[in-house]
Design a binder for this molecule. Structure first.
Ligand SMILES: NC(=O)c1ccc[n+]([C@@H]2O[C@H](COP(=O)([O-])OP(=O)(O)OC[C@H]3O[C@@H](n4cnc5c(N)ncnc54)[C@H](OP(=O)(O)O)[C@@H]3O)[C@@H](O)[C@H]2O)c1
Length: 273
């Protein structure tokens, strides 16, 4: 059994290591799956303005009856809304849509070289100071973007990036560790690593599914992960990966999977910076 069920981001703020992802979930399907996830025991929900599902996430939270203090809600500001006034307006709109008094973790969804990072982070920091946001993070940031962000002096506690065995972001993770920035792994399963021979063979050895082997490896390496599923059984499977231990030698085999291409590589990404 892994003991690390949360990672401390700041004083009095811990993030559950397994969250529930909601990209591409819309309308009734989103409300139903988030309701199922909360009923199964997920307490960390990952959404974004861009996903267009804040209202459905809010409805699911309301129906669940789970106390707000037990929940950890992450949302993200889209890259065309990073100027000061836009950020302030967005945060108020997000709170309204999510029917929340605060957002646990607010991320800049993608970097945007056309807006000074100090302007965006300054606006989010204002929201944090008045309690609308508990912690500030980023997503799809390279070490170069992180250096610029850290130079503002504003505390960045998380970087959410694509991460799975064949795209393990080794150098970025080392940098984040040095700077005390936690890493959240997105698209851990969608990119196709469940079919890797080593993942298949460890699945047989441990008697857990290929998805569970990948998710366990991520959490064993002290990261947060936000798998998504529309199926209750797979949701349970994904949430229960902290209940078994993979030997260090086998984790090391997963560390050394040959590296491939990123799966999420949109034109507006700034991965070359
Ligand atoms: N910050 C960003 O730019 C960014 C980008 C992408 C994603 N994200 C976040 O990360 C979350 C997760 O990433 P993702 O949605 O790309 O994909 P993912 O969670 O890696 O994979 C989801 C896919 O895997 C399947 N799946 C889930 N559990 C499984 C299991 N135990 N066994 C077999 N198949 C399983 C799902 O199918 P079923 O539904 O049929 O189970 C679905 O097709 C997103 O929802 C979003 O919240 C963030």
């Amino acid at each position: 059994m892994l003991t690390n069920l949360t990672i401390k981001l700041k004083d009095n703020l811990a993030i559950p290591v397994i969250g529930f992802g909601t990209w591409q979930l819309k309308g009734e399907e989103c409300r139903r799956t988030v309701s199922d996830a909360l009923a199964i025991g997920y307490r960390h929900i990952d959404t974004a303005d861009r996903y267009g599902n804040h209202h459905e996430v809010a409805a699911a939270i309301k129906d669940s009856g789970v106390d707000r203090s037990e929940l950890f809600i992450t949302t993200k500001i889209w890259l065309d809304s990073l100027h000061h006034q836009d950020v302030l307006a967005d945060v108020d709109r997000f709170l309204n849509e999510l029917e929340l008094e605060y957002i646990d973790l607010l991320l800049i969804h993608w970097p945007n070289k056309d807006v000074a990072i100090a302007e965006t982070l300054g606006a989010i920091e204002e929201c944090r100071k008045v309690g609308k946001v508990k912690a500030i993070g980023v997503s799809n940031f390279t070490t170069h973007h992180l250096e610029e962000a850290l130079a503002t002096g504003i505390e960045i506690v998380n970087n959410q990036v694509e991460l799975h065995p064949s795209f393990n972001q080794k150098e970025l993770r080392q940098y984040c560790d040095q700077k005390n920035i936690s890493v959240t792994a997105y698209s851990p399963l969608r990119a196709g690593d469940m079919d890797l021979p080593i993942v298949r063979s460890l699945s047989l050895k441990y008697g857990h599914s290929p998805a569970q082997i990948i998710l366990n490896w991520i959490v064993s390496r002290n990261m947060i992960v936000i798998p998504q599923s529309t199926d209750k059984e797979r949701m349970k499977e994904n949430l229960s990966v902290t209940e078994f231990v993979i030997d260090e030698a086998d984790l090391a085999l997963l560390d050394s999977v040959p590296q491939g291409e990123r799966f999420n590589d949109p034109e507006f990404g700034e991965f070359d910076r």
